[in-house]
Write a protein that binds this ligand. Structure first.
Ligand SMILES: [Zn+2]
Length: 92
């Protein structure tokens, strides 16, 4: 039997729901594609797990930026130009 075939196998689940079974990186439990190597593995902000993005870092950052901009405009605008309509804020 070839020595290469005795190497520990990667147990990562593939998109086909099967085991990867590629040789694992020495000292690791996963192959070079599945987290064995630096920078490998699932991408940051996994799009496959995304349902609606409501709580994604990107959405939160956008919302925070929007609120900061709103508060800045609120501070800078005269009071009589600010209207509050059913919880939403409108600046005219
Ligand atoms: Zn693998």
């Amino acid at each position: 039997m070839n020595l290469m075939n005795l190497a520990p196998r990667c147990l990562a689940k593939t998109r086909r729901a099967t085991l990867c079974q590629s040789p694992a990186i020495r000292g690791k439990k996963r192959c070079r594609l599945h987290g064995g190597a630096k920078g490998s593995g699932a991408p940051k902000g996994n799009q496959n797990a995304l349902k609606h993005g409501e709580y994604s870092a990107k959405t939160k950052a956008n919302e925070k930026r929007r609120q900061r901009r709103f508060l800045k405009r609120l501070r800078e605008s005269p009071k009589e130009n600010v209207f509050f309509l059913s919880g939403r804020h409108w600046i005219i």
